[in-house]
Ligand binder design. Structure first.
Ligand code: SAH
Length: 222
């Protein structure tokens, strides 16, 4: 067992993780595959050691660079929405962050293409996922407003930062029959989670939960 995995032993018991999953199901998450992946994914390895004892609380935590690891409920909720029409083979994720949502997704779909604008965050995420032996992820350091056109279309698109409006490039890269889950709204005003389906009649938008995400910014940073 490598040292990254060893760090988890004793610090976060199985019971702590079971309690988190129990709470998520009481709060309305219901896809057993998603809950099982959350149960098995060591979230404490995605945050600083100093915060590891809080990793199984249902809360967002800082990951540096003014960014946060998403709240487990929101990771589960977005993943459930994305998967609710059936399995997906190609998923584009915008906002790798610490890689926790990426790790959850990668265990449920065939391939994840993940884009992050802060190179240092993505480098660390990549390292963690490799150590966890998660290999079906392709990484790109870039501004996600333009998606990843070279590898489009995608059956699923998941955005983990709030966009002021749905980026046109992402709609263009969503395959017919595909689904996008994206928080939309102002940094300080109201944000809503949207589910967008690409149907034969066009894009159908469902406006869902009020949410709070860091903003989808522009430009790439080293
Ligand atoms: N899914 C992540 C959440 C990270 S927070 C996790 O579980 O940790 C949102 C992330 O989106 C941040 O890492 C931020 O740098 C990134 N982001 C913001 N704007 C972006 C953009 N235009 N393109 C790509 N990534 C962006």
């Amino acid at each position: 067992m490598n040292s990254l995995l060893q760090r988890g032993i004793g610090m976060t018991s199985q019971r702590t993780r079971e309690r988190l999953v129990q709470r998520l199901s009481e709060d309305g998450l219901s896809n057993p595959r998603v809950l099982d992946v959350i149960l098995r994914t060591p979230r404490h390895l995605f945050v600083d050691e100093a915060l590891a004892h809080r990793a199984y609380e249902d809360t967002a935590l800082p990951i540096g660079h003014n960014q946060t690891i998403s709240q487990p409920y929101m990771v589960g909720r977005m993943t459930e929405l994305l998967l609710s029409a059936g399995p997906l083979d190609k998923v584009l994720e915008i906002g790798t962050g610490c890689g926790y949502q990426t790790a959850v997704l990668a265990q449920l779909v065939e391939r994840v293409f993940t884009v992050e604008r802060i190179q240092a965050l993505q480098d660390r995420a990549k390292e963690r996922l490799q150590q966890l032996n998660i290999r079906n992820v392709v990484y790109r350091w870039a501004d996600g407003w333009t998606g990843w056109n070279a590898l489009a279309p995608y059956n699923g698109i998941l955005v983990t930062a709030a966009a002021s409006e749905v980026p046109q490039a992402l709609l263009d890269q969503l395959a017919p029959g595909g689904r996008m889950v994206i928080p939309v709204g102002d940094e300080h005003g109201e944000q809503r989670l949207y589910l967008i389906e690409h149907t034969a009649q066009g894009f159908v938008r469902h406006e869902l939960d009020p949410v709070r995400f860091v903003p989808l910014l522009t430009g790439a940073l080293q």
